[in-house]
Design a protein around this ligand. Sequence first.
Ligand SMILES: *Cc1c(COP(=O)(O)O)cnc(C)c1O
Length: 478
Amino acid sequence: MKYRSTRDTEGRLYSAPDAICAGIAPDGGLFVPEYFPRLRGETLTRLSKLDYAARAAEILGMYFDCFGSEQLGSACEAAYSPEVFSPCPAPISLLGETAVLELWHGPTCAFKDIALQIMPRLLTMSMRARGESRTAHIVTATSGDTGEAALEGFRDLPGTKITVFYPTDGVSRVQKLQMATQEGDNVDVVAIRGNFDDAQSAVKAIFADPEVREAAEKKGEFLSSANSINIARLVPQTVYYISAYLDLLAEGYLVPGEELDIAVPTGNFGDILAAYMAKRMGLPVGKMVCCSNRNRILTDFFETGVYDTRREFFTTTSPSMDILISSNLERLLYFAFGAEKTAECMRSLRETGVFSIDGDMLETLRADFSACSADEFATAYSIRDTFARYGYTADPHTAAALSYAVGKKCLAVSTASPFKFAPAVDAAIGANGRSMQALRERTGMEIPGPLAGLEKKKIRFTRVVDKADIKTAVYGLQ
Ligand SMILES: *Cc1c(COP(=O)(O)O)cnc(C)c1O
């Protein structure tokens, strides 16, 4: 399997290790597989008898065939063991007709752990395959959960180091604490004044900057990304959709071949794009519902065909969805319309802050996608309503999906533990306080292990910089 860039009309091909090490294509596009591997009936039958780690190894092997099944098998076993994900990576809860896929049972209590426990291993495997002797310097912007999950995934991994930038506006207190107290000898955490898009565009500029590349080279390093633009983050996310479908079949919730609608709380469009990829592989998926918060740029796009960033940015109780530039939408444009149209849209976005697709193109997308958004009131209402009706506690990101999904037969993706966003959840369900303890008392749920000890951990990182100083921040390091 080879990879190409979403913006390259010539269709130049890259190996998986090259695409994974580079993160982003030389022309600024994103790497995409040259075709979608086919999930045949007999493959699904075989996968249904395996555990999550073995399912992951087989599915990853369809995209990253250069690594061999043994190497992938042991990497997946380590990444998805019960010590890392307790009790398992992707359990499902039923709320009446609605199936909730909980993806937050990993070390940082949000769904990004699923990709970021395996992605660093895929990266070091890629480095080995290329005979790479330099250190991979991971530079990442985060709206919160990515940072913690990437830090955990890369911590003390030989041949790598990681710098995480997070925006001072718009990560929760727990997220800040998780990052500021991160352990590991190869990790650094820096706050950037501004919002997530400020942090993300600063990091993108770093990658495009020849001076920075040269500085990295001189230190025996190369830059790489852990953002969901890296193909090694995206592919592992297809696994839980396929795995959930098989689990729902086994439980009799679905009959073979039945189409499953999937509602996904969406920010950078990676999670929902993985569902689309699973559909293109042949998984019986019906509609994918793109659920936004008050920053409803994607909702508007799927309703009008116009993607317009010239709008007010809101900081909400679901910070990982506070995004105006959803990077992975570029991959959908490529899959649906090809490189030429994608390059044109991205040029327009860069130059004018807006791009649009015509009516026929919009109809094409709407055959697979619909969209909704939950503002702050609807988010709080969704948390309260789900708790009252089912005794189920959802975090504010998940609540956006549940505001669509509750009462319908569909799969709703749950992306974070409610304890990560305890103040907002407390307020919604009338807990007496704004803390994890208050949430525990109100719901009877146990605080997840990784969050329980946070207050007592030592603060290691306190640096705050301006967007313009990010270059110095990266190469002011040892
Ligand atoms: C990252 C994140 C999302 C959004 O996922 P994307 O792949 O960026 O669309 C939703 N919820 C939580 C809790 C997240 O951390």
